[in-house]
Design a binder for this molecule. Structure first.
Ligand SMILES: C=C(OP(=O)(O)O)C(=O)O
Ligand SMILES: [Mg+2]
Length: 401
C-alpha cells in the first residue's frame, strides 16, 4: 500500500526569502506527503551539506528518485532513508544535498502516515505517544548571525518549565516576547526582528540579560507558573581559532574565561538551558563546563553534535554536554535524527528538537518531538513559520484529549 509511485521536487521560498526544496511523495494507494527543508545561518562545521536548491533537486531527481519510485515503501522509514543514503553515496549528502534528502525523508513519513490514517507522531512513535509534550523554548531576543547590530549571544530563550500544558507554555512564550517589546519601548529602544522573529535590539548582552530576566519574571507572576530562561550562545561563531579566543563586541576571552563567564551566568540568572557555550571542536571545554554546572542546567550541543551519532558518542565518552539539539536537516534523514535521539536517551542526554533560522510552514518537527517523547522543542515564539510548529503542537495535544 505504501509503495512509492512518485516523488515530486520543487523550489519554494523559505522565511528568509531564499529558495529551498519541497518534496511530495505519493504512494500506490493514494497516500500523499509533502515536506520542505529548512536552512541554517549559523551552521556547524560538521553538518551535512545543503546544496543550492536547484542543484539539489536536479541531483535528487537523477540519483534518488529512481531508487524510490516503485522500489521503496513510504511506510518503511529506514528503507526510504537507506535508499537516500545509497543514492547519495557520501557521508554528508554532498551529492544530492541534505536539503533534498531531508525533504524527501519527511515527505515519505507523512505519506506513510497518510496511508495508515494515523497522525504523523503516532506513525513515527507508536500508539503510546501523544501523552507527553515538549517544553517549547521561545527565542525572544537575539543577534549573532541572525541579526545585524544586535546582541553577541545569538538567542535568549524563554523556557516555561512550570507550564501545566503545552498550550499554556506556547502562550507564555508569546507573552514574554510581547513583554520584552514593552520593556524596550519603555527604555526608548526601537528595534526590528531577527531571522527567527526574536527582537533584535542594538543593546549589549548585559542589558539583554536584565530585560529578559525582568520579562520572564513579570510573565511568570501573571500566569502563575515558573518561567526560566536560557541561551543559545552559538559560540563557534565567536571563536577565533588562530588566537584561541572568543570575540565579543567589546572584549575577547580565553576558553577558561568563557567557561567562567558561562558558569557565572548560570548561577546569576538561574539559566535552565545553555546551548553551544563553547566552540564546536572543544569537547574538553564542554566537559569542563558540564562538570561544573551540568547538575544545575542543560548544556546542549548543537554545532558540537550536529545530530550525528558518532559525534554524540564522542561527547558521551568525554562527558561533554548533557543534552543534544536535534535538527533533521543537519544529518539528512529522519532515521538518523531518530537514532541520535535514541542514543541520547540511552545515555541520559535530553533531546531538544529544533527548527532552523530559515524555515517554512512545515511542521514535521512538532510531530518528531512528540513521537520521540523529547523533553524540549526549540521553534521560536512568534512568526508564521514558527507558529506553524507551535500551533501543530497545540492541535496534537487537543486531539489527544
Ligand atoms: C536554530 C539555530 O540557528 P541556525 O538554524 O541558523 O543554525 C541554532 O543555532 O540553534
Ligand atoms: Mg544553536
Amino acid at each position: 500500500m505504501t509503495l512509492i509511485t512518485d516523488v515530486r521536487l520543487r523550489r519554494i521560498l523559505d522565511s528568509r526569502g531564499n529558495p529551498t526544496v519541497e518534496a511530495d511523495v505519493l504512494t500506490e494507494s493514494g497516500g500523499f506527503g509533502r515536506a520542505a527543508a529548512p536552512s541554517g545561518a549559523s551552521t556547524g562545521e560538521y553538518e551535512a551539506i545543503e546544496r543550492p536548491a536547484s542543484e539539489a533537486i536536479a541531483a535528487a531527481r537523477e540519483h534518488a528518485v529512481p531508487r524510490l519510485v516503485g522500489e521503496a515503501y513510504a511506510g518503511n522509514q529506514r528503507e526510504v532513508d537507506g535508499a537516500l543514503r545509497a543514492a547519495d553515496g557520501t557521508d554528508d549528502f554532498s551529492k544530492i544535498g541534505a536539503n533534498s534528502a531531508v525533504a524527501i525523508s519527511m515527505a515519505a513519513a507523512k505519506a506513510g502516515a497518510d496511508v495508515l490514517g494515523a497522525p504523523l507522531f503516532q506513525h513515527l512513535g507508536g500508539t503510546f505517544r501523544g501523552q507527553n509534550f515538549p517544553i517549547p523554548l521561545g527565542n525572544v531576543v537575539g543577534g549573532g548571525e541572525h541579526a545585524a547590530d544586535a546582541t553577541d549571544i545569538q538567542e535568549f530563550l524563554s523556557a516555561p518549565v512550570g507550564a501545566p500544558s503545552v498550550d499554556d507554555a506556547v502562550f507564555a512564550n508569546a507573552a514574554v516576547h510581547a513583554k520584552v517589546s514593552d520593556l524596550l519601548a519603555e527604555r526608548g529602544v526601537a528595534c526590528g526582528k531577527g531571522d527567527e522573529g526574536a527582537w533584535a535590539p542594538s543593546i549589549d548582552d548585559d542589558e539583554a540579560f536584565e530585560l529578559v530576566d525582568e520579562a520572564v519574571s513579570a510573565v511568570s507572576d501573571e500566569v502563575g507558573f515558573e518561567i526560566g530562561f536560557g541561551l543559545d550562545v552559538a559560540a563557534a561563531e565567536m571563536y577565533d581559532d588562530e588566537n584561541d579566543v572568543y570575540e565579543y563586541s567589546d572584549t575577547t576571552c580565553t576558553t577558561d574565561e568563557q567557561i567562567e563567564y558561562i558558569a557565572t551566568l548560570v548561577d546569576e540568572y538561574d539559566l535552565v538551558y545553555v546551548e553551544d557555550p563553547l566552540d564546536e571542536n572543544d569537547y574538553g571545554a564542554f566537559a569542563e563546563l558540564t562538570d561544573r554546572v551540568g547538575d544545575q542546567t542543560l548544556i546542549c550541543g548543537d554545532d558540537l553534535f550536529v545530530t550525528n551519532t558518532e559525534r554524540l558518542a564522542t561527547g558521551i565518552d568525554r562527558g561533554a554536554a548533557n543534552s543534544i539539539l536535534i535538527k533533521p536537516n543537519q544529518i539528512g534523514t529522519l532515521t538518523d535524527a531518530f537514532d541520535a535521539i535514541e542514543l541520547a536517551t540511552e545515555h541520559g542526554y535530553d533531546s531538544v528538537v529544533s527548527h532552523r533560522s530559515g524555515e517554512t510552514e512545515d511542521a514535521t518537527i512538532a510531530h518528531l518531538a512528540v513521537a520521540t517523547d523529547a523533553p524540549f522543542i526549540k521553534t521560536g515564539a512568534v512568526g508564521g513559520e514558527r507558529t506553524a510548529k507551535l500551533n501543530e503542537l497545540i492541535r496534537i495535544a487537543d486531539d489527544a484529549t
